[in-house]
Design a protein around this ligand. Structure first.
Ligand code: ADP
Ligand code: ZN
Length: 745
């Protein structure tokens, strides 16, 4: 061959801004190609690197050889690599880390130094599962007859064509001697096959046919299918009130994409919370669906990933990380409930899957459908400017009316449940219908306060109060899980009288039991849904009518379709308004609209009672009056005046550490450096802070933040790039930069 050494570019999954060059030894020349992982020497460690391609430019001396190539098939395609590079650049995150995030957790091999310092150990690396399969053998007539049981087994093997050992054991119990005998006689053959762990296990499929669409659905679908036919990037906002039939539009649009030989990617906020949605996809399409979400084991996830990579699944449904699904020929990307904050990853690579859907869709020339009953203010604005094509479903299916909403002012009242709501609950129960009561706070009391010294019980690790959980007999920190026996005594003065302030879902459940002693009341919050399958169990009890009232946090607001629910009660509607976050009104409006939308989805009209201290706030009033247009107009005015998204771009610096002093100094130094670079570069960026974060202490760490605001994204990006090159951060302080932050706490 040639004398020129073969040099490749490798990304390493570490917090390093650059990629590295390695030489490929002769024996690995054929294997070391783009898209595979290689084991490479790095310092005195061995690490998994990602082969990006051949290195450009020569004259590089003293390069190390790669040790091994780890894959026999490429893990990503050229388009996917382009996508990873875009993500790395936009979020200013190392490419190796982006690739690592994109690949399923089970796949990564890590090496670390053994305790002796000399030994390298390899961990991780989930492998494909293989199982023995039995097939009919070559012989048909043999002089020696197998036993009757063996003959029975043979019958089943012949009928099935191929059947796994575990399946045979399920039917026949222990049958190894018979299988061995059949193989000896040549009556059956054995073969090892790869099997995929199945995340759909135990679910039943009910075949479902496409519905005849109503006028608005039809118009929306036709616009989407036209764009699919043209195979051009086309971004849509499917804005349909709750129960207007958005999912039906998704299903039929996907079906069109499949007919064109394309695949479909469906992103949902938290898939574990939407078994109903995945069920509907299965019922409509049968097989060929893969699911990716955090509830899967590493093995299951890796199997789903391989099914997708190999083209065995043409529809992928998943939570935010599914934006990286190794799906090719994507025709359509759907982001359901596009306004949800959970599309944003809150640590590591802080990407937003909703935003990335548009980026990947552009690269794949796909249709992108952002769907919501309460779109984000950003999407409404983009639709107004024509950057998203608006598809509206303004009415509920079959002309069902939106529920009637009453606002109840609670100022001065000590009750948790107002007289109006109690009467409504009693009436609904007597009619044999179902009700939902929503309170966005779990626990019994919001906190305990000492009657002697007046101090509330707070977390020693975080600057928050402890929530009282009566059933558990604990006061609990919802951020770090610190717990003390409760009610207990006051840690400040030893006082023995602790009084309860504010109510949570546990208290509400308790009060409802007093109010309706014979009603079957369920509670759904993160305390009652931590066990595997507990969420589904609660939902199915609502669905089959074996419950009368469902009490819960925002978990109950999302996507559920309970046709028998005719009454919805909202306790403390303004709970989320008090947050020091410019999106507080938007979140409140969305959450209230979603909860209100749970009522009257079936044949009987719905009614909603919203309790709030201040019933005049525009977020509450517009949700109650179904006046979304009014809300968006007012909110956009506020954002424009205050200079917040969508009229500005943000980046948030979070500076944290164990020493208050060091954090404070580092935050000041960071702000000063940013200020200097800003004038050097002459960029228009507003630097706010440093200030204490709203939760100043979290898990023992002190936290400060700096917020950057810019009208021009390029300016912001340049400033951040410069900062990364210049920043000197002491090792005891962590600084993270969040582009387009969602969590402002
Ligand atoms: P959304 O996703 O907007 O909340 P869904 O798609 O879940 O609405 O529709 C609400 C209900 O109406 C579902 O039970 C669905 O099967 C049904 N549905 C949707 N479209 C139609 C239609 N065109 N005709 C009859 N029923 C429909
Ligand atoms: Zn805590």
């Amino acid at each position: 061959m040639t004398d020129q050494p073969h040099i490749i570019e490798v990304a390493i999954p570490l917090y390093l801004d650059k990629t590295f060059h390695y030489r490929v030894p002769e024996r690995l020349l054929n294997e070391a190609v783009t898209g595979r992982r290689a084991l490479v020497p790095f310092g005195n460690r061995k690490l998994t690197g990602y082969i990006l391609g051949n290195a450009v430019g020569s004259g590089i001396v003293n390069l190390k050889d790669i040790i091994e190539v780890l894959d026999s098939e490429p893990l990503w395609t050229a388009v996917e690599l382009e996508f990873y590079r875009w993500v790395a650049s936009y979020y200013q995150h190392p490419l190796g880390e982006v690739v690592r995030t994109a690949l399923p957790a089970g796949i990564n091999i890590q090496t670390r130094k053994g305790t002796s310092g000399a030994q390298e150990t390899m961990t991780g690396g989930k492998s494909a599962r293989r199982e023995k399969f039995y097939l009919p053998g070559k012989s048909v007539d043999t002089p020696r007859q197998p036993s009757p049981k063996a003959l029975e087994i043979l019958e089943v093997i012949r009928e099935a064509g191929a059947i796994s050992a575990s399946e045979l054991r399920k039917r026949f119990g222990a049958c190894s001697p018979q299988l061995k005998r059949l193989a000896e006689l040549g009556l059956s053959a054995v073969e090892e096959r790869e099997v995929y762990r199945n995340p759909f296990k135990n679910s039943t499929v009910n075949r479902d046919e496409p519905r005849l669409l109503h006028t608005h659905q039809k118009a929306a679908l036709e616009t989407i299918t036209d764009s699919l036919d043209q195979q051009l990037f086309s971004p849509f906002l499917l804005y349909g009130v709750t129960g207007s039939g958005k999912t039906e539009v998704y299903l039929q649009a996907i079906s069109h994409a499949l007919k064109l030989g394309k695949s479909a990617l469906v992103l949902v906020p938290e898939i574990a919370l939407t078994p109903q949605l995945t069920g509907r996809f299965q019922d409509r399409f049968g097989g060929g669906i893969a699911i990716l979400h955090s509830g899967l084991s590493d093995g299951e996830r890796y199997d789903e990933w391989r099914r997708i990579r190999r083209g065995l699944a043409r529809i992928v449904i998943g939570a935010r990380s599914a934006i990286f699904a190794p799906l090719d020929k994507i025709g359509i990307i759907i982001v359901d409930e596009e306004h949800e904050a959970s599309f944003k990853q809150s640590d590591g690579l802080r990407y937003n899957a909703r935003d990335l859907a548009l980026v990947r869709g552009r690269m794949e020339q796909a249709a992108v459908v952002l769907g919501s009953a309460t779109p984000s203010v950003t999407s409404i604005h983009a639709a107004g400017e024509g950057r998203l094509t608006l598809l509206g479903l303004p009415e509920r299916v079959e002309g069902r009316p939106m529920p009637l909403v009453e606002l109840v002012a609670m100022k001065g009242s000590k009750e948790t449940i107002s007289a109006v709501l109690s009467a409504g609950l009693a009436e609904t129960y007597e009619q044999g219908r179902q009700a939902i009561v929503f309170l966005n706070r779990r626990g019994y009391a919001t906190f305990l306060v000492c009657a002697d010294c007046g101090k509330p019980l707070t977390c020693p690790n975080c600057s928050v109060t402890l929530t009282y959980h009566r059933q558990r007999g604990q006061s609990l920190c919802h951020y770090c899980d610190y717990a003390v026996p409760a009610p207990g005594t006051c840690p400040s003065c030893g006082g023995a009288t602790l009084s309860e302030l504010g109510a949570g879902t546990e208290k509400l459940e308790h009060d409802l039991k007093d109010l309706l002693p014979s009603a079957r009341i369920l509670r759904m919050d993160s305390d009652t849904t931590s066990g595997k399958g507990s969420h589904e169990r609660l939902l199915s009890r609502m669905n089959d009518g074996s419950a009368d009232v469902l009490v819960g946090t925002q978990m109950i607001a999302k996507g559920h379709d309970f046709p028998e629910v005719t009454l919805v009660g909202v306790i403390n509607a303004e709970a989320s308004l008090g947050m020091p976050d410019f999106r507080a009104a938007e979140r409140t409006f969305q959450l209230l609209s979603q909860v209100i939308g749970r009522a009257g989805r079936g044949e009987n009209p719905g009614r909603v009672v919203v309790q709030a201290l201040d019933i005049e706030h525009y977020a509450i009033r517009s949700a109650a009056e179904h006046d979304a247009a009014g809300f968006y107009q007012q909110e956009l005015e506020f954002r424009r005046e205050a200079g917040y998204p969508p009229f500005a771009f943000l980046a948030a610096f979070a500076i944290s550490g164990l020493s208050e002093q060091t954090v404070s100094e580092q935050a000041d130094a960071t702000a000063r450096l940013l200020g200097r670079l800003k004038s050097e570069l002459k960029v228009r960026v507003e630097i706010l802070g440093p200030a204490q974060s709203p939760i100043y202490r979290l898990r023992n760490r002190f936290r400060r933040q700096i917020l950057l605001k810019a009208v021009n994204r390029g300016d912001l990006h340049r400033l951040l790039t410069y900062w990364r090159q210049r920043a000197a951060v002491v090792s005891t302080v962590r600084i993270s930069v969040d582009i387009d932050p969602v969590d402002m706490m």
